[in-house]
Design a protein around this ligand. Sequence first.
Ligand code: ADP
Length: 319
Amino acid sequence: MKRIGVLTSGGDAPGMNAAIRAVVRKAIYHNLEVYGIYYGYQGLINGEIEKLELGSVGDIIHRGGTMLYTARCEEFKTPEGQQKGIEQLKKFGIEALVVIGGDGSFRGAEKLAEQGFPTIGVPGTIDNDIPGTDFTIGFDTALNTVINAVDKIRDTATSHERTYVVEVMGRDAGDLALWAGLADGAETILVPEVDENMEEIIKRLKRGHARGKKHSIIVVAEGVGSGVDIGRQIQEETDLETRVTVLGHVQRGGSPTGRDRVLASRLGAKAVELLLAGEAGQVVGIENNQIVYHSIEEALAKKPPFQQDMYQLSKELSI
Ligand code: ADP
């Protein structure tokens, strides 16, 4: 093998750049050539492909976003789209590919591997919703962004004696809300993995208020529904002055944390090692601080685990 490609796809995540850097540098260290494919699978189909050198990935380890840009591409879900992609790879003499992205991007990678094109997935998403890895690249940075925001909201919540609902991202997964809620000492955490009874939550808020509790913070995962609707219901049913903050895309940006940079560097390098070892159709991950890999098929067949013990702990600590 002489030449590999790398692309980022789907939702961006802080640390993707550090992963690209690791792929490029590790590959060059092993005398491979690396080509960057811009704009994910869309750019692959369109042939937006350029050679990357050591210097191409200089000065990016600390930057959020992705220097290769990202895109969503419906055409790539079709066999014709995938064939066009493979033709472009062949045209550029690229023999194997690293795909940095989330579960959607891995389905694309799986299709390439099924059609005989060696492809390895690197999990990059703030949602932490990929089975086969304890953490995805970007999760730690997004978590710290949420913590920072909620700390600020807590200051004003204390001053005004209000109830605050904070909606956080995570798609269908509650990890970001759970970790942030626990780290922030939120009174209530609503996640899609647990069916909570709104009546109970409202009773609890009223009990807390009657006991003299001055303010409450409720962290809601976007997968549960709209924080605005939940805030409205709380205001109507408790008469407590309630404010809603939807954190939105601030959670996707920012300089990656040390943990995300290290994780991205380790996972990106492992992807290249696997390609050098002749592996294909695998996703790299971290489990108990060891770098591991699973077949894409196996990783996508499972449901991401939810840490029920942490959810229970958050309840016990917020009585
Ligand atoms: P993420 O990777 O963040 O989960 P998406 O779900 O939007 O993001 O997927 C990113 C891209 O991966 C899609 O726009 C599409 O090009 C490709 N993709 C998703 N699902 C499939 C599939 N079943 N087959 C082939 N490609 C897919």
